[in-house]
Design a protein around this ligand. Structure first.
Ligand code: GDP
Length: 540
């Protein structure tokens, strides 16, 4: 195994506000890269990364599945892309957090009509906190009211990002049909249902766009010395030079390359796939992780020959059994190995190792540092476990679970199902650190705690579909009473009253007006972006 192989891996997430088109885009990316040959429409409920029935009904993506594909831009060798799906709903912030821990880069999808929305802001900030390099994709360019320019402005104003538009969209709304590629100096034309045509700039086109290209070169040169030197010396900045500089500056977190397209119409997908390879990091580009060992802290670069260290970040149950998704940071994991973890210091055997490609799983013999794979068949895995060699136990920093804020009272429809319900709940709690189960000391009722109504609804649905237990749901108890509100500037207000029969709303009065970039944190949860001084918060 050499570093060349690792340099051809991209572990990435696609992050977005609900409805921006993340599911459609994920599908088209997989389809273009040859993994799925029939594009399932999202509203048909056939999307590949959507697993459970409730997701299909609601048309949203909840589970963070890792799906693989291959892509080779220009004359480069094939690169392996692993798409880690991240949910857009705030109730699943823990899932987003978990995904951000294991991915190396991300594509942030925005709707050209709706622009930067509150949840895209939340996820963007989470990504920034994890120092995850980003590319932005402005989707739905074909829709009435679409504006690439407006999204660029919002990226700057609302997200304080430094957007670098790598091209200029051609045609607007339903006439959107192309992209002036400022990096490669060519014009791409996308006709409905036809192949992309690529035309290198001729003198007339160059005369029209060279100033815009120069502006891009200058913007990137401000953050890349090599490019700045070449530019100042008056050298010709060819596509390769500019690409390399954009890559360095993006990896350094200096700016965000921005592309545009219409996923639904298959426009801009190849350009985005190229950009994923060109500008997002490989595992080698990310900082080494550190882990605790018996002898103190150790730093682990992504070395297949290093000690085994992997983070079990997601468990899903499929018809073949439990799939435990693992990000390997160091070492090599082989079928037949016995691996230890804090939960299982004596070790557990890896009997099957799989990659998930579109809707299929493929058995593999081994995985190396930088890979995301799944161990099939572990019944008692716990999300957040570190996998390591038995001889050298290691512990990576665990995923931060947020305290759940809402409880429901559950009762099986048939008393005989009580034990089965308890088993099902215990298994779900094992998968998800922000889902908790407890028995009320006074009333002996079963209470389940989660991050919001949707979160609990999904769990109850899974209890029905996977454990065949029909449950009745009682009114929720809310975990906060007189909770202070915090903004980044400190404590700014207090919760004065809970309204609504089910305690789902709170009347909040802030002592001072929040600043534009403040986020209001409520019981460690972000409840919204800019808010007036007195408002009713849907705290669920
Ligand atoms: P998600 O919630 O972010 O996963 O968004 P979806 O992929 O489910 O898309 C939301 C809706 O927008 C669906 O009805 C899609 O068909 C539609 N959609 C997605 N991309 C585009 C696009 O590029 N153009 C248009 N017109 N509609 C789109």
């Amino acid at each position: 195994m050499n570093t060349q192989v690792l340099s051809r891996r991209r572990n990435l997430g696609i992050i977005a506000h609900i409805d921006a088109g993340k599911t459609t885009l994920t599908e088209r990316l997989l389809w273009k890269s040859g993994e799925i040959h029939r594009v399932g429409e999202v509203h048909d409920g056939n999307a590949t990364t959507d697993f459970s029935a409730i997701e299909r009904e609601r048309g949203i993506t909840i589970g963070a599945a890792a799906v693989q594909a291959q892509w080779a831009p220009r004359d480069l060798p094939p690169h392996r892309l692993t798409l880690i799906d991240t949910p857009g709903h705030i109730d699943f912030a823990i899932e987003v957090e978990r995904s951000l821990r294991v991915l190396d880069g991300a594509v942030a999808v925005f709707s050209a009509v709706d622009g930067v929305q509150p949840q895209s802001e939340t996820v963007w900030r989470q990504a920034r906190r994890h120092r995850v390099p980003l590319i932005a994709f402005v989707n739905k360019m074909d829709r009435v009211g679409a504006s690439f320019e407006r999204v660029l402005e919002q990226l700057q104003d609302k997200l304080r990002a430094r957007p670098w538009a790598l091209g200029v969209p051609l045609g607007s709304e339903s006439g959107f049909n192309g992209w002036v590629d400022l990096v490669d100096e060519r014009v791409l034309q996308w006709q409905d249902g036809a192949a992309t045509t690529m035309t290198p700039w001729d003198d007339a086109v160059r005369a029209q766009w060279h100033a815009q290209r120069d502006a891009l070169v200058e913007a990137v040169a401000d953050h890349d010395e090599q490019l700045a030197d070449a530019w100042l010396e008056g050298r010709v900045i060819d596509a390769g030079t500019l690409r390399a500089a954009i890559r360095r500056a993006t990896l350094a977190g200096a700016g965000v390359p921005v592309l545009a397209g219409a996923a639904f119409k298959d426009k801009g997908i190849e350009t985005l796939l190229d950009a994923v390879v060109d500008y997002l990091p490989s595992p080698l580009d990310r900082p080494a992780v550190s882990a605790e060992s018996e002898g103190g802290e150790v730093v682990l670069p992504p070395d297949p020959d290093g000690p085994l260290a992997g983070l079990l970040f997601k468990i899903t149950h499929q018809q073949h059994g439990a799939l435990s998704f693992v990000r390997l940071y160091s070492g090599t994991l082989k079928v037949g190995d016995a691996v230890a973890s804090s939960q299982h210091p004596q070790g557990r055997r890896v009997s099957r190792l799989v990659r998930v490609q579109a809707d299929q799983t493929h058995d593999i013999e081994q995985a190396v540092a930088g890979d995301i794979v799944a161990v099939l068949g572990w019944k008692d895995a716990v999300s957040g476990e570190t996998l390591s060699g038995r001889a050298q136990p290691l512990r990576l920093e665990n995923i931060q679970a947020q305290a759940p804020v809402l409880a429901w009272r559950l009762e099986p429809a048939r008393a005989a199902d009580l034990i089965r319900m308890a088993q099902g709940l215990a298994s779900l709690a094992q998968e998800d650190p922000s889902f908790r189960v407890e028995t009320d000391r006074d009333t002996a009722e079963t209470l389940v705690w989660g991050m919001g109504e949707l979160h609990l609804e999904v769990m109850v649905e899974r209890l029905r579909s996977e454990w065949k237990v029909d449950v009745g749901v009682g009114s929720p108890r809310v975990a906060y009473q007189e909770t202070p509100m915090r903004a980044m500037t400190g404590v700014v207000g207090r919760l004065v009253k809970q309204t609504g029969g089910q305690g789902q709303f709170a009347h909040v009065v802030l002592d001072v007006a929040p600043r534009e970039d403040d986020q209001i944190v409520f019981n460690d949860r972000i409840v919204g972006g800019v808010v007036p001084r007195s408002f009713i918060a849907a705290v669920e």
